[in-house]
Design a protein. Sequence first.
Length: 491
Amino acid sequence: MRLTATDFLEYYRPSKCPVRVFLRQRGVQESPPGPYEQVIERLGREHERRHLATFPEVQDFSGGELYERAHQTEQAVADGAPVIYQGVLRAEALLGGTGCEVVGRPDFLIRGDAGSYVVRDSKMSRRINGKDHAEILLQLGLYGWLHEQALGQPPCGLEVHSGTGEIVVLDYEGGAAALAELEVILAIKQASAELSSPVGWSKCNGCGYFERCWPVAVKRRDVALVQGVDQGLAMALRTEGIETYDELLGSFSEERLAVFKRPWGQSLRKVGKSAGGILRNAQALASGEEIVIQPPEIQDSPNYVMFDLEGLPPQLEDPGKIYLWGMQVYGESPGEFTAAVAGFGEDGDRQGWEDFLSKAGHILDEYGDVPFVHWHSYEKTHLNLYVDRYGDPDGVAVRVRGNLLDLLPVTKAAVALPLPSTSLKVVEQYIGFERSQEQYGGDWAMAKFIEATEMVDGDRRAKLMGEILKYNKEDLAATWAVLQWLKSKAR
């Protein structure tokens, strides 16, 4: 059995899942990567190539057959090559009683002292730590162990060339953690039957096996579909024989579920106050009908501003960049769609923020302290971030922040929906809202914007930005539709 450092990435990305490892081992076809994943992959290659260009003398082993590259790497090390690009390190290991060939392809081996090398990998990630990217630490740890086995001595160091351009130094602890995780991955690959792993909306949505796993979970009425049942609780319930939400409802009262303990970090924690909401969500799924809990707490106003931001994640822009601030007034005196768009130059981010302050200020001047309606905490978080980043000289952002109305907690408090997620895209479909674009979504918009930033042709860039603006405008229309639907629950 051959195991590679890439196995860690497959296990952990887009989220940790043994099912994906099992299916890939057996060659089960998955959906191709979406436009955002393709852009990230391309940007990663460019990031690596730019770093490669900083070395004056490199032996490039990126092409050719595996064993030939391993031999070339060993020879280059023996010859004292200053930098080796895409070399191959390999060794034999006994894992779980099975003899395995372990292979790694570090991006760079950089000569250090006494014939040893620094192992360095280029990554697009801007935060290199065990919480956000355990797979990176495991991968580099395995490279260190392979260096020690193949070259006869520990590496001079382990380093990550991060998305910020910073060289992050990691500790080498002998590769024990990486080998232990490889044993887990080996067991998954050798399993005679597919392992059980709870589904989850955020966990599964970016996986190439979503279309395979999700319908199966829906058909069997999997308890993991219930909002509020996270991965730890789903596994704990399964140990009690609770596989479906029907079984959950038949076996647990609110009082019993509240004292039920589930894994939480390194300890156990009671479900507690969330038990009632979990059971209501399970009941809604089981019946296929929504359950009204209370009238939605929405302030009366003749007009409301729908407010939605489009941004790049910290992976690409630390601590995140908003490239579009979308607003539109709905109600008795509706207004036109208004968007502040970040510029493409060096000062584009600030320009976008100042344009937002100007346009939001005009809305406040005309409508007064009107509610700014959004979905989830993204808008509030980034308002605060940009005030800290560029300031708020006229107090416009502070006024907007004081008038924010987050519809997500309002929805959760008012109604239990027969849905596995309260994502706006899921809720809008439930209430019957229809979009005009065939392709849309936050990841799609990010991919389009990244493509637009690289455009030289002004007309093509304008066309791409027009598609993004249309998507954002429909996000605002969807938010308004959900607001009206919620207000109907109070009648």
